[in-house]
Design a protein around this ligand. Structure first.
Ligand SMILES: NC(=O)c1ccc[n+]([C@@H]2O[C@H](COP(=O)([O-])OP(=O)(O)OC[C@H]3O[C@@H](n4cnc5c(N)ncnc54)[C@H](O)[C@@H]3O)[C@@H](O)[C@H]2O)c1
Length: 264
């Protein structure tokens, strides 16, 4: 028996771990990486949807239950990845929650609920993944938002959480550069996923179409404005994971039709 692993048993096929992997952008990313020949770990606290996706993708995918608000759950997801695939090349921290409302209406429970997923979850997902990424000289993509680059009126907690993700990515990029590990933030505008539909239902009240139209009215494309497709964001995630993106680290990459470019 050789002490090196042959390509035949899949050991050389790269592996991506995606938290929030059963959500809108997570699913699109999983499909993109599988199409590119990678193996995918779909980590989500919605195990039913994670398993349904892994079943659909076949033997190149593994579903893992993960609650990113619990550091031990993040570490367990990485352990499960290594037990299954023997390596980890890229991690996408996409688990996230939306909230909005004026500061007077935000109580401690809501603040903690959102921060626990959007900030603590991204931090401990990163912490769990870093040792394995050092081995492969891999990379991390943290999903922030245009709301991490500019204020979104009425969404102070969400903006604070996404601003934290942007600077977490930049700081980790500096810290991990000597190890050859790259870290970037992706900052999408409004992407047509279950989160956007939840936003419209929860905060648009009886005028959900009006809520969505109001979002689109802020885009510089005017009457040609449209929502971003999850597959379009997945393409950027795929690009960032490639070795050809070697110089790209510490970036906060907008994919928002220019929404965050400045005041119109
Ligand atoms: N949809 C948008 O317009 C938009 C825009 C900018 C940024 N984002 C960000 O992109 C990321 C993905 O968003 P999406 O639109 O795909 O949302 P989504 O709601 O479709 O998916 C989020 C996923 O995260 C999972 N999740 C939530 N809490 C979790 C936890 N504690 N542990 C593990 N998994 C958990 C959910 O089960 C879900 O599958 C989020 O961080 C979001 O804030 C979304």
């Amino acid at each position: 028996m050789s002490d090196t692993t042959s390509a035949d048993d899949g050991a050389e096929i790269p592996v991506v771990l995606i938290t929030g992997g059963a959500g809108g952008m997570g699913v699109a990313a999983a499909r993109r990486f599988v199409a590119g020949g990678w193996r995918v770990v779909v980590a989500d606290h919605d195990q039913i949807r994670a398993e349904a996706l892994a079943d659909e993708l076949g033997e190149v995918a593994l579903a893992v239950h993960c609650d990113v608000t619990r550091p031990e759950s993040c570490h367990a997801a990485v352990r499960a990845t290594l037990a299954w695939a023997g390596r980890l090349d890229h991690t996408i921290a996409a688990a996230g929650l939306w909230t909005e409302g004026p500061i007077d209406d935000v109580d401690e429970f809501e603040f903690d609920r959102v921060m626990a997923v959007n900030v603590k979850g991204v931090f401990f997902t990163s912490k769990a993944a870093v040792p394995a990424l050092r081995v492969t000289r891999g990379s991390l993509t943290l999903i922030a938002s245009d709301a991490g680059l500019q204020a979104n009126k009425g969404a102070s907690v969400y903006c604070a959480s996404k601003g934290a993700v942007v600077l977490l990515a930049k700081t980790l990029a500096l810290d991990l550069a000597p190890d050859g590990v790259r870290v970037n933030a992706v900052c999408p505008g409004d992407v047509m996923t279950p989160m956007l539909r939840y936003q419209a239902e929860a905060y648009g009240g009886t005028d959900q179409d009006g809520y969505l139209a109001e979002l689109l009215s802020k885009y510089p494309q005017g009457t040609n404005a449209r929502f971003i497709e999850p597959a379009e964001v997945a393409e950027l995630m795929w690009f960032l994971a490639q070795p050809t993106s070697a110089p790209i680290t510490g970036a906060a990459m907008s994919i928002d039709f220019g929404l965050s470019s400045g005041i119109q």
